[in-house]
Design a protein around this ligand. Structure first.
Ligand code: F6R
Length: 627
């Protein structure tokens, strides 16, 4: 939700803060692309450019105004923003940065200032006219009011702290003032902010991608922390000005990992990275015959005390949680509830010290999941985070964490992170089974071995891309699409439908195949495309035979069936208009394979529908840091 960047360089070296800031914004655009803006801070002057729509619109405007070469933009400090609108439409006026009434202070903001209405009324009462519909603009005026008069007059730092202390909600705010052009002050509460420490230059970003091209040295800020950066220093404190410590770390992925690597979209690159994502997520978690978690701040004894598991997550992460339920209940014989995180705390779920809450989140920032974690902790439950982003808020507030090592996921629609979440959830299940003795060590080893065979099998599924391209062409324009699955095929159906909605903006629904005749079958009409995920004919035969019947039912009513089935499963061939064959695997592991063709399918249909920018579907943002 909104990308934020800040830069302070050496004025004597004539660095172009504008160029560095725009480059950082390009890397932050996946977080929000309703509008973008940048402010170059010069002695006594702010140069602000902002524009609705994607970053390209801002770049065009800056070029029209003379571009980076013109003296108009010369300056060594800047702040920038890519927006995902919450308060106020995505137009030029509501775009950030926002400038104070006296034209001397500029701010960018990520999050929601919950008490903005009250602050707005106060500012208006002081005779200041607000120009935007945003909650953010108040921060610029409050800064100027504090700086211009009263106890903090003339003191930029004290003024910024006084503003931060007045705000309620979740926010990352960057403050600049023309009187101190070589300084940015930034504060955060519940939304992310990372410092990049360069050589005679300092960066701020919503995540490390903002500055990875310049430095690998980063510092993470704690909750309610403030940082003051200049070109050669950073100083961390709390909102009262009491010195605090950031957590320095070295970024372990490089620029290439965040570039497209020859693919035409990040999403396509990330689909092809899935074998590595699974391999890296499994690595080091089965050593000397034992399952090992990462930051295991829960002992085996703690795991033995657990009498119920809750999985909380949103979107694709929620679908991975549905799969965790199938695996954990089967392997551990513990009841597992799975809940959409945004519903969790409002429902007053029954939690106590013996409840294990597994919070699954790629970003580790999702506000709904974070609030679910906080609620679980107030109820005394233990929380285990499954997360892809080192040092993000959800793992920080959890008792233990298992990292998915999918690498940076830039495409807004989740692909490799989703598969890595499934693998990680299964590791959690196996760790519970081990601690509680519900599986013999050799059974755990055998499941782990099967998991380790998955990356090579995904490589084979990736070979279906060409066939799926042809399939999408043959399908032609479609108004809607249904997805059916049974058992673990059901979450895969939900994920397939979500991907199609996100990427192609086509209505799609996922159903348990058995539910079909309880209503959804009324939707079936001539030529309607229906995807059916068929379980292995080996193992749970009953599942297989039931779904073959379901395929016949929909074919009889004129649907075009797109069937995903195991190689060699001849029984489905007569009923499949399109057959996509995947390698055989254990029943619970099949989603790691059957999801992949659906990712390709949604991307191909999206292209056919004219959505050429599948990395940034409309209205979405990668990290949803508001509830
Ligand atoms: C779908 C998608 C979203 C996320 C959801 C949770 O393609 O990407 O549904 O899965 O917003 O995000 P995280 O995992 O960051 O908590």
């Amino acid at each position: 939700m909104c990308g934020i960047v800040g830069y302070v360089g050496d004025a004597a070296r004539n660095v172009s803060a504008l160029d560095i800031g725009l480059d950082a914004l390009a890397r932050m655009e996946y977080r929000g692309y309703d509008s973008a803006g940048i402010a170059v801070v010069r002695p006594g002057e702010l140069v602000v450019e902002k524009k609705a729509g994607k970053l390209a619109n801002l770049l065009d405007q800056i070029a029209a105004d003379g571009g980076g070469d013109s003296s108009r933009f010369a300056g060594s400090t800047c702040i920038g923003h890519t927006r995902w609108a919450t308060h106020g439409r995505p137009n030029d006026v509501n775009a950030h940065p926002h400038v104070s009434f006296d034209g001397k202070a500029a701010i960018v903001h990520n999050g929601i200032i919950e008490n903005f209405a009250e602050l707005r009324a106060e500012i208006e009462a002081a005779g200041i006219e607000l120009t935007s519909e945003t909650d953010s603009e108040v921060a610029a005026h409050l800064l100027a009011l504090a700086y211009n008069a009263g106890p903090t007059a003339g003191d930029f730092e004290a003024s910024a702290l006084s503003v931060l202390r007045r705000l309620e909600g979740a926010f990352t705010l960057l403050f600049t003032h023309v009187d101190e052009p070589g300084k940015i002050i930034a504060g955060r509460r519940s939304t992310p902010l990372i410092i990049g420490v360069g050589d005679d230059e300092m960066f701020l970003g919503s995540d490390v991608a903002a500055f990875i091209a310049h430095t690998r040295q980063a510092v993470e800020l704690g909750q309610d922390n403030v940082v003051v950066i200049t070109r050669d220093s950073y100083r961390v404190m709390d909102f009262d000005g009491t010195p605090a410590e950031g957590r320095p770390f070295t970024i372990d992925w490089d620029l290439a990992a965040a570039e497209k690597g020859g693919f035409d979209s990040f999403m396509m690159k990330e689909i092809f990275e899935q074998p590595a994502a699974i391999r890296d997520t499994l690595a080091g978690h089965f050593v000397d015959g034992r399952v090992i978690l990462d930051e295991q701040r829960l002992s085996d004894d703690d795991l033995r005390q657990v009498d119920k598991v809750f999985v909380v997550a949103c979107g694709s992460a929620y679908h991975s949680g549905l799969l965790a339920k199938y695996a954990i209940e089967h392997w551990v014989r513990l009841p597992v509830e799975i809940e959409v995180a945004s519903e969790f705390r409002y429902r007053d779920p029954v939690l106590d010290k013996q409840t294990l809450v597994v919070a699954v989140s790629q970003s580790g920032e999702t506000a709904d999941t974070l609030e679910a974690v906080r609620h679980a902790k107030t109820q005394g439950a233990r929380v285990l985070a499954v997360c892809n982003t080192n040092g993000s808020q959800i793992p920080r507030e959890s008792d233990a964490v298992l990292y998915t090592h999918a690498g940076p996921e830039i495409g807004v629609a989740s692909t490799k992170a989703f598969l890595a979440q499934i693998a990680a959830n299964y590791i959690v299940g196996l760790a519970l089974a081990q601690a509680r003795g519900t599986k013999y060590p050799d059974e755990i080893e055998s499941i782990f071995d099967q998991l380790e065979e998955i990356p090579a099998k995904i490589e084979r599924v990736l070979g279906l891309k060409g066939q799926i391209h042809e399939l999408a062409e043959e399908l032609g324009p479609i108004p809607t699409m249904l997805f059916l699955g049974r058992h673990v095929g059901y979450p895969v159906a939900l994920e397939g439908a979500l991907k199609l909605k996100e990427l192609a903006y086509i209505h799609a629904e996922g159903f348990p195949a058995g539910e079909l005749k309880h209503g959804p079958i009324a939707l079936i009409e001539e030529d309607l495309p229906v995807v059916v995920v068929v379980p292995s004919p080996q193992g749970r035969e009953i599942l297989h035979s039931k779904i073959v019947t379901n395929i016949q039912e929909i074919r009889a009513r004129g649907a075009r069936t797109i069937v995903i089935a195991e190689e060699g499963d001849e029984s489905v061939r007569p009923y499949a208009n399109f057959l996509l064959e995947i390698p055989a695997s254990g029943t619970l592991l099949q989603p790691l394979l059957s999801t992949v063709p659906l990712q390709f399918l949604s991307a191909e249909i999206a292209r056919q529908c004219g959505n050429t920018d599948i990395d940034k579907p409309r209205n979405l943002a990668k990290s949803v840091t508001v509830e």
